[in-house]
Design a binder for this molecule. Structure first.
Ligand SMILES: Nc1ncnc2c1ncn2[C@@H]1O[C@H](COP(=O)(O)OP(=O)(O)OP(=O)(O)O)[C@@H](O)[C@H]1O
Ligand SMILES: [Mg+2]
Length: 388
């Protein structure tokens, strides 16, 4: 890390508010009781189909109903996460960054619980204001959690202990999945207030074009690659440009961006010193009855079979870890990592996005040749949210 970066990081350490390790020491008794009470309630799942039907005509009455639902549901979901964050294995719960995340959840929980029942238009507007605030507050949860996990990993490694943590991995899967759900619920409500966009119902585009979204994501991934390597392999697209289905374009963009970044990096690394042009990455979009499937294929040399399970774990990356840069990025209020690779979050988080609406992500590799990633997206959109 550069001297300047070190200065900023240590300045940052000092500005982070010290936070009590146990909830009971940080909060009044009645709040702790309320959190654990809400954490015992069941979370109510919502499907894309429901969101589409519900938001089709966002008249005032529906906005009020939506606000009332969120006013009940969000504290339950937040409380589940707070309770979980309080009891993580290997002492992860007491890591500085994890406590920070927990405190954001607690703050949002309290804001919501203290908010009066939404009964009319003006209550709904105030409530939406609060939702916007919460949405922004939680913006950096993924990278800040990553810093907490990275801390733990370093600590356990130094002690010569574990380097694989299935419990933590499964916690993070559930935690990030829940975050996707919370953000889509909030984002959907907020978006219903925005000026109507053609074919959009909130965040969902009823006629999302996978070719178009893929094209944008490819352009973004190639520009990151160009910045980092000074060159970027070509990406060829195959498929029917008329294909359209209801989906959340920002989710699809995220997944495609991650997959294409991975392929570009692999191809670049493999053909860096070659005389001829690197082989293009191929993106194929197919529409079936049940799924829209997108394949991202590269000739980047593949992944050894023994390494396959690890690609789905958090913080596994074969790239040099820019975790110190991440610290700066996060605290500087940036929107997230801009490097081509290195956090190890690309694949596991993309798979969560795919699964959230009933799809999936698979990666198949031929070591010595290349990798194919298959992104399956459920066309029907009636699968229930995966909650736990
Ligand atoms: N197309 C691919 N070809 C070869 N290896 C790959 C490919 N995709 C993923 N990998 C391997 O899987 C690892 C994990 O990928 P993942 O996208 O989760 O993290 P990352 O790319 O290292 O970092 P980031 O979080 O920035 O995406 C990579 O570091 C790389 O070793
Ligand atoms: Mg990646």
């Amino acid at each position: 890390m550069s001297a300047a970066a070190q200065r900023v990081t240590s300045a940052l350490r000092n500005t982070l508010t010290p936070t009590a390790k146990r909830l009971a020491d940080a909060l009044p008794r009645h709040v702790v009781d309320d959190i654990f009470g809400q954490a015992l309630k069941r979370q109510q799942g919502v499907s894309m189909k429901y969101m589409l039907e519900f938001g089709a005509h966002p008249i005032e009455k529906q906005l009020i109903l939506s606000a009332q639902f969120l006013h009940q549901e969000l504290p339950v979901r937040l409380a589940h996460r707070v309770a979980e964050l309080e009891n993580l294995p290997f002492g992860l719960s007491t890591k500085r960054h994890v406590l920070k995340v927990r405190d954001w959840y607690v703050e949002s929980f309290r804001d919501l619980r203290e908010f009066p029942t939404v009964r009319d238009h003006s209550g709904e507007e105030q409530f939406t204001k609060l939702l916007r605030h919460i949405y922004t507050r939680h913006k950096n949860v993924v990278p800040v959690m990553a810093l907490g996990v990275a801390d733990l990993k370093r600590e356990l490694r130094a002690k010569g202990g574990l380097s694989e943590f299935p419990e933590i991995h499964s916690f993070l899967d559930g935690f990030y999945m829940s975050r996707i759900g919370i953000r889509i619920l909030i984002g959907q409500h907020i978006a219903l207030h925005d000026p109507p966009q053609e074919d959009h119902i909130g965040l969902i585009c009823a006629k999302c074009s996978p070719m178009q979204v893929a094209e944008d994501a490819i352009a973004d991934a190639r520009s990151v690659c160009l910045r980092q390597y000074g060159t970027a392999p070509e990406v060829d697209m195959y498929g029917d440009s008329n294909t359209a289905f209801p989906y959340v374009p920002s989710h699809l963009h995220h997944m495609m961006f991650e997959l294409v970044k991975n392929s570009l990096r692999a191809v670049n690394d493999r053909f860096e010193d070659a005389d001829n042009e690197p082989p293009p990455v191929r993106v194929v979009v197919a529409k079936g009855q049940q799924d829209v499937t997108i394949k991202v294929s590269d000739e980047g040399g593949g992944i050894p079979r023994s390494g396959m399970p690890r690609i789905w774990t958090y913080l596994y990356s074969t790239a040099e870890s820019p975790i110190d840069d991440l610290e700066l990025e996060v605290e500087g209020g940036g929107d997230g990592p801009a490097a081509l690779a290195g956090y190890g979050y690309g694949l596991p988080v993309s798979r969560l996005y795919a699964r959230y609406f009933g799809g999936d992500l698979q990666v198949i590799s031929m070591e010595g040749y290349g990798t194919d990633a298959y992104l399956h997206l459920n066309r029907v959109g009636d699968s229930a949210e995966p909650l736990r």
